[in-house]
Write a protein that binds this ligand. Structure first.
Ligand code: CA
Length: 228
């Protein structure tokens, strides 16, 4: 995928911010469309099929959380969430919203572009070829090539980052992985400043796949149990 073909949907109701973000992304070579409220964001995501959505939380119509839910229910697409304050980020992380990363306002365009590129790099990574078919873990069937998960025979929709996290835990079954290691392997982050992003995604995986799948090792990190 060249960047000329990388479509970004920017959802932001403040015209100044929306225009600044759209202009910068266009200058970086992305194709950009803008939506300014919840319902039109869902409609644009359906028609435009963006590779990534930059999504403000507070929107007219319905909010960014609802946009995130509705858009990802239709098709897996990474979401970079724009939050108003650090405590809003904490709240969303606590809810396990399906965002792939968060940027707190006010942000620099340089930071936004860097975070957006980092999410896209992760999503575009080729799937791990483990040389075998789907792997069974308890009531789950994980197909790493197709990036699909089934639970009790029904398909479970994971965000690209949720899938990468699950795949990483699966490759290291029975081993406790620290948040720093998970950040490096799944998020490509060299520093460990984003550990709550890990917690958020573990929470989302538990909600979708069952509470007992991933074990918290207090003060250390997480592991997927070897025997289920
Ligand atoms: Ca707003």
């Amino acid at each position: 995928m060249t960047e000329n073909e990388t479509r970004v949907l920017v959802v932001e109701d403040e015209p100044t911010i929306a225009r600044a973000v759209a202009d910068r992304l266009a200058a970086e070579g992305f194709a950009v469309e803008v939506a300014a409220d919840g319902p039109s964001a869902v409609e644009r995501a359906r028609a435009y099929e963006p590779h990534i959505v930059v999504l403000d939380v507070m929107l007219p119509g319905f909010d960014g959380l609802e946009v995130c839910r509705r858009v990802q229910a239709e098709r897996p697409v990474p979401v970079l969430m724009l939050t108003a304050r650090d405590d809003e980020t904490d709240l969303l992380v606590g809810l396990g919203v399906g965002a792939d990363d968060y940027v707190t306002k006010p942000f620099s365009m340089r930071e936004l572009v860097a975070r957006l590129r980092a999410v896209l790099r992760r999503v575009e990574r080729p799937p791990m070829d483990d040389g075998g078919g789907p792997v069974r873990v308890g009531d789950l069937e994980v197909d790493q090539r197709a990036r699909r998960v089934r639970r009790d025979g029904g398909e479970v929709h994971l965000t690209p980052t949720e899938f990468d996290l699950l795949a990483c835990l699966l490759r290291n079954r029975g081993t406790v992985l620290t948040r720093a290691v998970l950040l490096e392997q799944v998020w490509d982050w060299a520093d460990a400043s984003g550990t709550r992003v890990v917690d958020s995604h573990v929470k989302a995986l538990r909600r979708k796949l069952g509470q007992e799948l991933i074990r918290t090792v207090h003060g250390v990190g997480y592991s997927l149990e070897a025997a289920q």
